[in-house]
Design a protein around this ligand. Structure first.
Ligand SMILES: Cc1ncc(C[n+]2csc(CCOP(=O)(O)OP(=O)(O)O)c2C)c(N)n1
Ligand SMILES: [Mg+2]
Length: 694
């Protein structure tokens, strides 16, 4: 057993052990103090995390956002004390959302004392954007490992585009730690399958094989052969049978470093709650404080002063400084010098890297965006989107993405010469083929975005349900990701109710910080993209039609620029004071316009408000909102092929919503429109009825 005697010079092994036990005891003390948290896994994985950080990773605590740093993802986010300990012990510095270094540590000992308390930089789970040094938010199991695949794709893409002979600007690696929970979640399987297909040899997952989850031993739930599974995917599978053997762990990680052509999966056999006489290897060590007495016994087993709390013994900070601090600092300085030379030789590419790192757009990013002429037959939302995306992707070199096998339907394929497909042998391609893996796709898009690429993912709107968990994380992390969801209502008619979204708009509108847009014609699609592209810290969802929508005559009606305000007056009542307001989104916009024209012909003064985004509208000043929806006008009809829930806030008590209260049905679109009442005559009739002019 090691000793905390630091008066005499320590051997290397003793210092290693001292650092490891510091992580363990900080974790136990923090959980004990918070009266909640997860002590067992940090106690077991302290040697792993110590080895990755202090012996392997190229990470400079002085500059935690240095672009070529190795990435560390803690997918078993409940073990967050591992991360808080190591960020603290390495004295990782804080940065802000503008990527400025703030000159103070990211996680202080005081934060750790206040683990899980309000405003502490040691919250319950790792939170990107709240704590510098956290590479991605984790907690929902499986998300971290899936996101790490996006990070690995990003590294490959960045290397392909920017590296030049003698200028390896991007050669970083990605480490992700995960547990049984991550391995059981389906998203991890999707991500692992794709990672192997793409030959991501820059990616290493370490699986904490402790046979314990909350309900007990995994013999009750999880008895598959994980090694064989990963071999089947095509991973390089390694095993270290003793989680305390840091030399073996180091050797395995070095094997990973040398492995070409496939990702590495390292199975680490560990003992949850290691050192706890009564709780080791039990579920009791997973998610509750050990208790004061057990903490004391654990400390005794580590040779630690039993009554010391939050102790960082002499020599520990210094040892991290001499390890990851020195190695990372040197690597960063070398890189900075290399990049200075690169900037001289390749100024345009260097400028791209600078802009991308700051989430800025290149000059003339919106050059050549289409303007669509009025056309009653019009264009599908997805077709307009495809045209816009193809322009934007040419103007913004680091805009890339793809679909979950629906590219030809979503119209998200980048078809211009040179766009290329991202594959193992062509890592510079901009078309990502996610396969039928919506769950992982969005986590991967998050990983791309965390790597500062501008990334989009696409599928049918109905399958946004499969993508929602990671969309939520995108919003929580404030990432400028883009999700292109087509077939946004009953437009796919014959596919029937399994393919017709109803509650999806509402469900996405409910995610805080997510901008959901449902543009009503081709020019609204252009303006939606123009708005979205300028977001730096906010994800956006586009809900687009499958079927053609009339392209409105913008000389007769207001400019589509109003999209940026979320809602705008598209068609005004003669004289400006309406008796009735018709509000519509997406495919129902032209229907509202037709109803408006009918009402006008009858001498009824209606106004049409196009409302592609509730969220953007809510961000406008009250004065603007009241100008668009004057409180005095009580006759209001909202039309949207989606759940009616929530529209009351815009139509008020005396208004009416034409929407969906059931699932759809399988039939041609025209028949569905008739059956469910999405016809101009119906809209006009409801307005007349509310006005008492039937
Ligand atoms: C998607 C998801 N489902 C459920 C949970 C709740 N949860 C947190 S930890 C955990 C058990 C995880 O077991 P394992 O990954 O083996 O972690 P260990 O206890 O071994 O550290 C569960 C079910 C979660 N965080 N995320
Ligand atoms: Mg486990």
């Amino acid at each position: 057993m090691s000793t905390t005697q630091v008066a005499q010079p320590m051997t290397g092994a003793e210092v290693d052990q001292l650092c490891i036990n510091t992580i363990r005891t900080l974790s136990m003390d923090a959980v004990q103090q918070a009266k909640s948290g997860h002590p067992g896994t940090p106690m077991a994985l302290a040697p792993l995390v110590y080895t990755i950080w202090n012996r392997i990773m190229r990470f400079d605590p002085q500059d935690p956002i240095w672009p070529n740093r190795d990435r560390f993802v803690l997918s078993n986010g409940h073990a967050s004390m591992l991360l808080w300990s190591v960020l603290h012990l390495t004295k990782t510095q804080a940065v802000n959302a503008e990527y400025e270094r703030l000159g103070h540590p990211s996680v202080t000992l005081d934060d750790i004392r206040r683990f899980r308390q309000l405003d502490s930089k040691a919250p319950g789970h790792p939170e990107y954007h709240w704590v510098s040094g956290v590479e991605t938010t984790t907690g929902p199991l499986g998300q971290g490992v899936a996101t790490s695949v996006g990070m690995a794709i990003a590294q490959k893409w960045l290397a392909a585009r920017y590296n030049r002979p003698r200028f390896e600007i991007f050669d970083y690696q990605i480490y992700a730690v995960c547990g049984d929970g991550c391995m059981m979640e389906g998203i991890a399987s999707e991500a692992a399958s794709l990672a192997a297909h793409l030959g991501l040899d820059n990616l290493c997952w370490v699986y904490d094989n402790n046979h314990i989850t909350i309900e007990g031993n995994t013999r009750i739930t999880f008895t598959e052969d994980v090694a064989t599974r990963f071999l089947g995917y095509g991973w390089n599978v390694l095993r270290v049978g003793d989680a305390n053997d840091i030399d073996r762990i180091q050797s395995a990680l070095e094997v990973f470093g040398k492995t070409k052509g496939r990702p590495t999966f390292l199975i680490l056999d560990s003992h949850i709650g290691y050192g706890s006489p009564h709780k080791q290897d039990t579920a009791a060590a997973h998610g509750e404080p050990l208790g004061d007495e057990e903490v004391r016994l654990c400390k005794r087993s580590y040779g630690w002063p039993e009554d010391a709390k939050f102790l960082v013994p002499d020599g520990v900070y210094e040892h991290f400084a001499a390890g990851v601090g020195a190695r990372g600092g040197q690597a960063r300085r070398q890189w900075t010098e290399l990049f200075a030379g690169y900037r001289v030789k390749y100024p345009a590419l260097a400028a791209e890297i600078d802009q991308m790192q700051r989430r800025e757009l290149p000059a003339e990013w919106d050059r050549n965006l289409p303007v669509f002429p009025a056309d009653p037959k019009g264009l599908a939302g997805r077709d307009a989107s495809g045209k816009v995306l193809n322009v934007l992707a040419q103007n913004i070199p680091w805009l890339l993405g793809g679909s979950a096998d629906l590219g030809p339907s979503n119209k998200t394929t980048l078809t211009y010469a040179g766009a290329g497909d991202f594959q193992a042998e062509s890592p510079g391609g901009k078309n990502l083929h996610f396969g039928i893996r919506e769950n992982a796709m969005v986590a991967i898009v998050n990983g791309l975005s965390l790597s500062k690429l501008r990334a989009f993912g696409a599928t049918f709107f109905i399958f946004s349900d499969y993508a929602r968990p990671a969309i939520r994380l995108s919003a929580l992390m404030e990432l400028p990701t883009i999700f292109v969801f087509t077939h946004d209502a009953m437009g796919d008619g014959e596919d029937g109710p399994t393919h017709q979204p109803v509650e999806h708009l509402l469900s996405l509108r409910a995610i805080p910080g997510l901008t959901t847009l449902r543009p009503g014609d081709a020019n609204e699609v252009v303006e939606a993209y123009r708005y979205i592209m300028q977001l730096r810290h906010r994800p956006a969802v586009l809900a687009l039609s499958r079927q053609p929508l009339p392209t409105l005559d913008r000389k007769r009606y207001a400019s589509a620029e109003g999209v940026a305000k979320g809602a705008y007056v598209l068609a005004e009542a003669p004289g400006g004071t309406p008796e009735a307001i018709l509000i519509a989104t997406g495919s129902e916009l032209s229907l509202a316009v037709e109803a408006h024209e009918k009402l006008l012909a009858e001498g009824i003064r209606s106004r049409v408000v196009s409302m592609p985004s509730w969220d953007l509208f809510e961000q406008q000043p009250q004065e603007y909102r009241e100008r668009v929806l004057p409180p005095s006008v009580k006759v209001r009809v909202a039309v949207e092929q989606a759940s009616t829930l929530g529209w009351e806030r815009y139509v008020g008590e005396s208004g009416r919503v034409i929407g969906m209260r059931t699932f759809g049905a399988s039939a041609p679109l025209k028949e569905l429109q008739r059956k469910f009442g999405f016809e101009p005559d119906r809209v006009a009739a409801v307005a007349r009825e509310l006005l008492g002019r039937t």
